[in-house]
Design a protein around this ligand. Structure first.
Ligand code: AQP
Length: 330
């Protein structure tokens, strides 16, 4: 059975972007793959985190996974820091990755915009290498990601190919899988940016744990344009197009169908209400399940079981890598 893997950072409350761009895809794939789903707490400290929040969020992210429909029958759930082998492999990968490749990473440029070198932690520069280790240590065949992470999966492919050519066939070269619609959910207030959990303002971000009133308020005040005519055009109508994409993704319909439903509507209030109804309808049942999952106390059991298996799989791969690079005694 082929393997798929994805990790989500517990760097804040999860957003509808995380849900549409990644978690929902995992739910569809889980039965057809040997599925590894992780909480990337080691990645999240590239920006300062409150340790207490981080502990709590690790469990909460897992609870969202389960509430969204992922099951321990199909998934190996783990917290990244429970499998420290990732960091050991990342060190080896850092030694075969050059600075030029990392300097080209768009996420690095976005996250360091306007900052001087003194304010940029090295981890922010090298985390794509840790991400490569996350993926390659499990020999993942596919990695479903939002479009913002595609470049990082490409880096993982380059690293796998580089290692394989230097030390012999060792790693599976993974494929990124990007959703056709919803690969980049945009911030509702500033559609030039992607919706992010750590956005400077929460106004443009729909968090999975937002209550109905907050969701409706955020959507009704989403930035649109002065045309007063609903249509899809990412360049000239990014705000309206974003809302249509969210609608299409959540309803699992194609963009043309979603566009046809709203095209020509002149009242943005009516259009936004339909989007808000759709988001509320989708999120409320997930929120209810989330509360139950946290209350039923199963999260730790899933994580313990998952960490055990993840350590076994990762450990075998790392032993092979250590031997190939010449570590230890022959
Ligand atoms: N806005 C988005 N649209 C589509 N997909 C998205 N993803 C994140 N935001 C969007 C996808 O969610 C997965 C997990 O992401 P992550 O938490 O590991 O890191 P991220 O991409 O950096 O997510 P955020 O929300 O922007 O976090 P912060 O603010 O902490 O940096 C990935 O597959 C990602 O593509």
């Amino acid at each position: 059975m082929k393997r798929f893997l994805s990790l989500v950072q517990p760097s804040g409350s999860l957003t509808i972007g995380n849900y549409i761009g990644s978690i929902r895809q995992f739910v569809k794939l889980q039965e057809s793959y040997d599925t590894f789903i992780g909480v990337a707490d080691m990645h999240s400290i590239t920006v300062p985190q409150n340790p207490e929040f981080l502990h709590r969020r690790n469990r909460e992210v897992l609870a969202w996974f389960v509430a969204a429909g992922l099951s321990d029958k199909h998934c190996t759930f783990f917290i990244q820091s429970d499998v420290r082998l990732h960091a050991e492999l990342a060190w080896i990968f850092e030694c075969i990755t050059n600075m030029g490749e990392l300097s080209r990473m768009t996420q690095f440029k976005v996250k360091t915009e306007g900052k001087t070198d003194k304010k940029i932690p090295c981890g922010l520069f090298t985390y794509p290498v840790l991400m490569a280790a996350d993926i390659l240590i499990y020999d993942a065949d596919i990695v479903p990601v939002g479009s913002d992470q595609k470049q990082h999966v490409e880096l993982a492919r380059n690293i796998a190919e580089c290692f394989n050519s230097r030390f012999g066939d060792t790693f599976v070269v993974p494929e990124p899988v990007i959703p056709n619609v919803g690969g980049r959910v945009r911030d509702l207030q500033d559609p030039s940016k992607k919706m992010s959990k750590s956005a400077t303002s929460p106004k443009g971000v729909i968090f999975l744990d937002d209550d109905e009133a907050a969701i409706r308020k955020k959507i009704s005040s989403a930035a649109t344009d002065m045309d007063a005519c609903v249509d899809y055009d990412e360049a000239s109508k990014p705000g309206v197009s974003n809302l249509i994409s969210i609608y299409a993704s959540l309803n699992e319909i194609g963009l043309p169908e979603a566009i046809a439903k709203f095209k020509g509507e002149t009242r943005y209030s009516v259009f936004k209400k339909a989007i808000a109804d759709c988001v509320v309808e989708h999120l409320m049942p997930i929120q209810e399940r989330y509360r139950k999952v946290l209350a039923d106390g199963m999260v730790d059991e899933y994580l313990d079981k998952g960490a055990k298996r993840a350590r076994e799989v990762a450990g075998r791969k790392l032993d092979e890598v250590f031997a190939k690079v010449g570590f230890g005694r022959a």
